[in-house]
Design a protein around this ligand. Structure first.
Ligand code: KG4
Ligand code: ZN
Length: 365
């Protein structure tokens, strides 16, 4: 990526776009398996670099880039170290600055990115609010001015993406579960709206249960899951109770083998409704309290179609709303490049000594 300009009018050009996905390797484990992630990083990073430099036509240059941005947290430290060690070696070899980047700031700024060609950071109105929803994080971040962040709410246990993945596994779907649950829920939502079933049917926030006959085609069947912390006075979230509620619901119904495809789809739908309702409700409360002018939604779960639709309704015409492109919703290096460059110019091109950059698993914004 090439970058020029300053502060909030920086402009960027994508020079190469390569991805090395490890998803297939992690499928049998139902999630990211740390030792494997590290091994795959070691194998893939040099290949991705070579491919990118060739694509960008920079491979013959002695010093192909002017600066390197690297993620140093939050995340799995062994995997983070792999990237940091390689970035340090390259920075030394090419004699260029090394910019440490917070992965969550990358997700936050990903809304400004484009997959191809050139793009500029637009002017946005403050105060802004970021909803960051990924496999490891669920955060509401207040941004009173450009690149000034304050976490005002976060999950007290599981992240929303993690809950999507775990519930998907309970329903016999493969990793990563988010997109699969979302697809099942979407189909069921359409069917229900054609049949005229109201989304608001059934009591909210109650214990999980399946009422009536377990064949959802028969009248009277409905699945109800709780909305944890929906009415708490803060902006925090909790997803472990919702996940456990699905576990007990499936147990009560006699196990996954006893559940037909239609019921699975109903569970997926009710889970998605519950998970997204909590996000929307707390975002609405934060908008009201802080008189928010712009909402930025980032992280893997921001790819979720239902969340996008509900957010659009919430923002209405008065509040600005930005999402990353679908490709930039999940982890990508472009967002790290954007965050790296913006931090580089914000800090007047001063960078820490490379030896002081350390993987920080629990790094906060
Ligand atoms: O940001 P990300 O790529 O990686 C982390 O930093 O964690 O987020 C991955 C998470 C996974 O939990 C995945 O299931 C979820 O994002 N995800 C989705 C969707 N696409 C990805 N969750 C719900 N609906 C989706 N369409
Ligand atoms: Zn991420």
């Amino acid at each position: 990526m090439a970058a020029t300009g300053s502060n909030d009018n920086a402009s960027f050009k994508v020079l190469a776009d390569t991805v090395a996905s490890q998803i297939d390797i992690h499928i049998p484990y139902g999630g990211v398996y740390p030792a494997l992630a590290k091994r795959e990083h070691l194998k893939n990073l040099p290949l991705v670099l070579e491919k990118s430099l060739i694509q960008a036509k920079l491979h013959k240059k002695k010093k192909p880039v002017d600066a390197i941005a690297v993620t140093y947290g939050p995340g799995l430290e062994p995997a983070l170290w792999t990237g940091i060690v390689m970035a340090k070696e390259l920075a030394e070899k090419w004699k260029v600055p090394l910019i440490p980047v917070n992965h969550m700031e990358g997700h936050l700024l990903s809304v400004f990115g484009k997959n191809h060609g050139t793009f500029k950071i637009p002017k946005i109105k403050f105060p802004a609010l970021a909803l960051l929803v990924s496999g490891g994080h669920t955060e509401l971040v207040l941004i009173k001015k450009w690149m000034d962040y304050k976490i005002i709410g976060e999950t007290l246990d599981d992240a929303v993406g993690e809950a999507f993945d775990k519930v998907a596994r309970m329903l016999g779907l493969t990793y990563p579960g988010g997109p699969q649950i979302s697809r099942l829920a979407e189909q069921e939502r359409e069917k229900q709206s054609l049949r005229g079933v109201s989304q608001a049917d059934g009591p909210r926030g109650s214990a999980p249960r399946a009422r009536g006959d377990s064949d959802p085609e028969k009248i009277g069947f409905s699945v109800t899951l709780p909305r944890p912390m929906l009415h708490s006075k803060n902006f925090d979230f909790s997803y472990s109770g919702l996940k456990t509620a699905v576990l007990y619901l499936i147990k009560d119904m006699g196990g996954l083998e006893k559940i037909n495809e239609k019921t699975k789809a109903q569970i997926a739908l009710e889970f998605e409704n519950a998970a997204i309702e909590c996000l929307i409700h707390k975002t609405r409360k934060a908008i009201e309290k802080y008189k928010i002018e712009t909402i930025l939604v980032g992280g893997g779960v921001s790819a979720n179609k239902y969340l996008r639709g509900e957010m659009k309704k919430l923002a209405g015409k008065k509040i600005g709303l930005m999402f990353p492109t679908k490709e930039l919703s999940t982890d990508n290096s472009l967002m790290i490049g954007i965050a790296g460059y913006l931090n580089f110019i914000k800090n007047k091109r001063k960078v820490p000594r490379p030896t002081s950059i350390k993987a920080t698993g629990n790094l906060r914004l």
